[in-house]
Design a protein around this ligand. Structure first.
Ligand SMILES: Nc1ncnc2c1ncn2[C@@H]1O[C@H](COP(=O)(O)OP(=O)(O)O)[C@@H](O)[C@H]1O
Ligand SMILES: [Mg+2]
Length: 249
């Protein structure tokens, strides 16, 4: 069973028909990137399939549950427990240290004891290389370090899927590369990943790339799982670049 499946998904803002009859499936543990020109509907797609935004018509099934059937409360719980989000506009809070930012939403939902959340946050910060910064305020760390904190926050409840929107957009190329390394590791451990990006270097990490144009998914490229040990990244980038050229990107 797909972890995520849409059928005839439509999203309209007033008279702007942004998503048009989208049928897609994401499988457990899959790593999928959505590319396409600015304004093609990538962000709207992520918001729609993750229950952040109400859809206009169609179906969005997540782990066998129809999202539109859920109450606000049920949806909030599902999102907290099963989904992780790394979106640029979802800022971390000032005057809270990194660790507290990571655990806050879960703690407020009374999901777990503070001590066990701290322990899990520490493990995640260790894994992403920011444990030494745990007590720092978010204004005292770099953009790349903040983005790692955002990853930790997204992972605190061991979600089945991570959604990311232009998650390397504000990072320099070295930080972006490190970020993708972490995301690959998370995905290798079994978490599905669905990201929107305009950056081919980022999308080349995905096993499948979908191309969006004008609210439609017009093409897909299967790159297969990236295996760092095989050192075939260059080849993936070339295949993706050739494909994007064909799409007129
Ligand atoms: N909250 C909103 N209200 C009205 N129109 C929106 C809103 N969000 C996005 N849109 C419109 O939807 C279209 C797709 O936007 P978006 O999903 O952000 O594209 P992308 O992420 O591919 O750049 C654009 O025409 C945009 O203006
Ligand atoms: Mg966008």
């Amino acid at each position: 069973m797909p972890i995520l499946e849409t059928k005839g998904l439509n999203k309209e803002y007033a008279s702007n028909h942004v998503l048009k009859d989208i049928h897609l499936q994401i499988w457990p543990g899959e790593f999928v990137a959505v590319m396409g020109p600015s304004g093609s509907g990538k962000s709207t797609l992520l918001y729609s399939v993750s229950g952040m935004d109400k859809i206009s018509s169609g179906s969005v099934m997540f782990e066998g549950q129809e999202l539109t059937d859920l109450s606000e409360q049920e949806l909030a719980e599902l999102r907290l427990n099963r989904m992780g989000f790394i979106f640029q506009q979802m800022h971390l809070l000032k005057n809270l240290n990194i660790r507290d930012n990571i655990i806050l939403s879960t703690y407020l939902a009374k999901k777990s004891k503070r001590s066990s959340l701290n322990k899990r946050a520490n493990e995640l910060m260790k894994r992403t290389g920011i444990l030494a910064l745990a007590e720092r305020d978010i204004t005292q760390v770099s953009g790349g370090q903040l983005q790692r904190a955002a990853i930790c926050r997204a992972l605190i409840n061991e979600p089945a899927i991570i959604f990311g929107d232009e998650l390397t957009g504000a990072l320099n190329s070295k930080s972006a590369g490190e970020m993708m390394g972490i995301l690959n590791e998370i995905n290798s451990a079994g978490t599905a990943v669905l990201i929107a990006t305009h950056d081919a270097k980022v999308a080349a990490n995905a096993e499948r790339v979908m191309y969006m144009l004008d609210g439609n998914i017009t093409a897909q490229l299967h790159l297969g799982k990236y295996n760092e040990a095989m050192g075939n990244f260059r080849n993936r980038e070339e295949r993706l670049a050739a494909w994007l050229l064909k799409m007129g990107f």
